[in-house]
Write a protein that binds this ligand. Structure first.
Ligand SMILES: O=P(O)(O)O[C@@H]1C[C@H](O)[C@@H](CO)O1
Ligand SMILES: O=c1cc[nH]c(=O)[nH]1
Length: 334
């Protein structure tokens, strides 16, 4: 049997019947075993013939031990900073009532790599992704392989982050309906082998609605306030890339900046951040359920500066609380 080319436009080729691999493959049986029960779509077919796979940036290795340790994972929660995701790990531990053995503390599983900080709290992984699409892309590649090697089923990914708002009050939680780039295209573009590869970034409507509904149910209660959904503009930079006037460089004037931000608002963009495009693009392509939930720290129609103060720390906890409610509800049904 010949290998088919992937259908990049539809992005939905499921390797249920795994094709024969080139001569490196010893037996079809091995491949069938490797991909049995696969629910992840478009997975790299070369993985089936990799005897060893070291997930370099999270310092884990494909093994039976890894499978046993991670097979129960149902939720992967990601956010930019290591400190925030450590805090989330503790928060979700209390929320779902997960007990660590006596005398054992939460460990950063990826400490050795010194790139990302990752914690496992029963069925939940909490991990920081750093800043921007390149950083989150590397982590997503390794996490998707991790859940594949561990044989995890029915996993949901969340990005719980911060952002700038567009016409919404600071402290608002925005659940992304679709991520768009600086040209308002709902596409994650990457150059691969000298060609532009395009992946769709529309988010799972059902999941977005479920999260917004939980948000509405708890709005103004238990620290969950102002939940809305809308498009998210994903930029490759915090300053010029987001139309700020306070970066080291700026070749436009205040009027042009405001014109762009108003155009964003008129195109139903409610917030601006730096990872949603890659996050939704890759997870869509893999057919993995995912949602982006970010709290706004500033209304960009009123200014650029994000001032570091206690209020921002409180705001950062809002997406935690909303996602924890969702996870708790889901765990009741599993
Ligand atoms: O999840 P975080 O709060 O890190 O996300 C936003 C987008 C960038 O990574 C960063 C810029 O300050 O914050
Ligand atoms: O304005 C903001 C605030 C947080 N993160 C961003 O990317 N932009």
């Amino acid at each position: 049997m010949e290998l088919d080319d992937r259908d990049l436009d539809s992005g939905q080729k499921h390797y249920k019947h795994v094709e024969r691999l080139p001569s490196v493959v010893e037996s079809d049986c091995e491949i069938e075993k490797e991909f049995a029960n696969l629910s992840i779509m478009n997975l790299n077919r070369h993985l089936a013939v990799l005897e060893n796979d070291y997930l370099y940036h999270i310092s884990l290795e494909k093994s039976e031990r890894l499978r046993k340790a991670f097979s129960d994972v149902k939720f992967v929660c990601m956010g930019g900073s290591p400190k925030r995701m450590h805090q989330f790990a503790h928060y979700i531990k209390e929320e779902i009532g997960f007990q660590l053995p006596i005398g054992v503390a939460l460990q950063n599983i990826s400490e050795e790599s010194d790139r990302y900080a990752m914690y496992k709290i029963g069925p939940v992984i909490s991990v920081n992704h750093g800043i921007g699409c390149p950083s989150i892309s590397i982590l997503l590649n390794e996490l998707i392989k991790l859940i594949h090697y561990a044989g995890c089923k029915d996993v949901t990914f969340f990005r719980i982050g911060t952002c700038g708002g567009v016409g919404v009050e600071p402290g608002t939680i925005v659940v992304t309906s679709e991520a768009v780039d600086g040209m308002f295209r709902a596409e994650y573009r990457q150059i691969v082998l000298g060609k532009e590869q395009v992946r769709k970034t529309k988010c799972d409507e059902k999941l977005v609605q479920e999260i917004v509904d939980i948000g509405k149910k708890f709005e103004n209660k238990e620290g969950i306030e102002k939940v809305t959904s809308g498009k998210t503009l994903c930029a490759n930079d915090f300053y010029e890339g987001q139309g700020r006037l306070d970066g080291a460089f700026c070749d436009y004037n205040a009027e042009e900046k405001m014109g762009f931000l108003r155009k964003c608002r008129d195109n139903e963009i409610k917030n601006i951040e730096m990872e949603s495009l890659c996050f939704s693009g890759l997870l869509n392509y893999a057919n993995i359920r995912a949602a982006v939930i970010c709290v706004t720290l500033v209304d960009r129609l009123n200014g650029d500066q994000v001032v570091s103060h206690d209020l921002n720390l409180q705001f950062q906890e809002r997406p935690f609380k909303l996602v924890a409610k969702y996870i708790k509800e889901q765990l009741k049904t599993k």
